[in-house]
Design a protein around this ligand. Structure first.
Ligand SMILES: Nc1ncnc2c1ncn2[C@@H]1O[C@H](COP(=O)(O)OP(=O)(O)OP(=O)(O)O)[C@@H](O)[C@H]1O
Ligand SMILES: [Mg+2]
Length: 361
């Protein structure tokens, strides 16, 4: 079992550059956590601090109630798989996987059993006699995973382990990794900057930006209840569409107004916005929450700019007030560039943000 706790950890490189500014997080036993964020936001730095490969500048790391902040990496019972999987080219697959088991002085019978077990898990059971140079990138990646799994770590850290694979293999491997996690139950942290990978794998996603955590939540939390505009714009393909709007009360009527449309909203929502005490808002609408209606109906009238067929649906780009918006429309709607289109919004799925702080209202 493994429960990990990060208390106010930070890392400053060379007393100058913040790798991680502040992170507080509790990872539950058997949980599959994904760190998601743009390049340079501190994902690798945080993983390296947890593994003990980087000293912390501040804060405490606790594993199962024990302070491991200053413990040597080998004493932490943590395995880490890196982006450039770093397997040894002069060793066979078997020896690569067996390496740390030999260091642990495991008997050769047990080593063989363990190697075969983990090799089977990642489907390289047939390749144990080969050298890394005789295998594809995807197979080498599996060797790195098998090697990390072999030591039966309490905590399994994976830093973009699929980044060297082609798009199709990535999708296959992410399903397999999830299946392996279900089998081993090892508490895991997985790093990616691919939001769809994060959504499909995580129990909870930790969204990071500039060395800090912006939101921690289930895939549904971060998608349907994005904490701010950064999250709403980062999660989802295409991401959330944003409109600068004004919140107004006219007589008893509450109105959201944009230069191109007016929107009446529910009482509860109006109350929440009124409480926030701001009139300048940003309205967020997910691409699938636009409703295509017959021409002239709805609240928003524009023209089709570009159509991107995706098979199961199509992404339609339209221009509204000099900005481009992407909308998901059923495949059976025959739309062409220049066609006039009218939309309404799914009123139950609107997101409002404070224009100044960009936080969810
Ligand atoms: N050894 C180092 N010395 C100085 N600065 C570093 C060092 N390693 C990382 N940084 C800086 O710390 C910040 C966080 O880097 P980190 O590698 O943790 O980001 P990341 O989220 O893993 O990015 P990526 O998605 O590109 O892998 C960046 O600004 C980076 O330039
Ligand atoms: Mg990194």
């Amino acid at each position: 079992m493994a429960v990990l706790q990060l208390d106010d950890i930070a890392k400053k490189y060379n007393r100058k550059v913040w790798g991680v500014r502040k992170m507080d997080l509790e990872v539950e036993d058997k949980e599959f956590i994904v760190f998601l964020g743009p390049s340079g936001c501190g994902k690798t730095t945080c993983m390296r601090m947890i593994a003990g490969l980087e000293e912390t500048t501040r804060g405490t790391i606790t594993l199962n109630g024990r302070d491991i902040t200053d413990l040597a990496p080998r004493d932490r019972n943590i395995s880490m798989v890196f982006q450039n999987y770093a397997i040894w080219p002069h060793m066979t697959v078997f020896d690569n996987i067996a390496f740390s088991l030999k260091l642990k002085k495991m008997s050769s019978v047990d080593i063989k059993k363990t190697v075969e077990e983990v090799a089977g898990m990642v489907k390289i059971g047939e390749l144990l006699k080969r050298f890394p140079g005789q295998m594809s990138g995807g197979q080498q990646q599996r060797v790195a995973l098998a090697r990390a799994l072999a030591v039966k770590p309490k905590l399994f850290l994976m830093d973009e382990p699929l980044s060297n694979l082609d798009a199709k293999l990535r999708v296959v491997m992410r399903t397999e990794l999830k299946a392996i996690h279900q089998k081993t139950g090892a508490t895991s942290i997985f790093v990616t900057h691919d939001q769809s990978e994060a959504m499909s794998m995580a129990d909870r996603i930790v969204i990071m930006k500039d060395g800090e955590i912006i939101q921690v939540g289930t895939p549904d939390d971060v998608y349907f209840r994005s904490a701010d505009m950064f999250v709403a714009g980062f999660i989802g393909t295409p991401p959330t569409n944003f409109f600068s709007v004004e919140f107004r009360k006219e007589g008893g009527q509450v109105m959201i107004s944009h230069p191109k449309f007016q929107l009446d909203i529910g009482e509860e929502e109006a109350e929440r916005i009124a409480k926030a005490g701001v009139s300048e808002l940003v309205l967020g609408v997910r691409p699938e929450d636009f409703i295509l209606v017959s021409e002239g109906k709805g609240i928003l009238h524009t023209q089709v700019l570009v159509v991107e067929p995706q098979g199961s649906h199509q992404v339609v780009a339209v221009e509204i007030d000099d900005q481009i918006y992407k909308i998901i429309v059923d495949s059976d709607q025959h739309l062409r560039p220049g066609d006039p289109v009218s939309f309404d919004f799914d009123r139950s799925r609107l997101h409002f943000f404070n224009k100044e702080t960009e936080k969810r209202i």
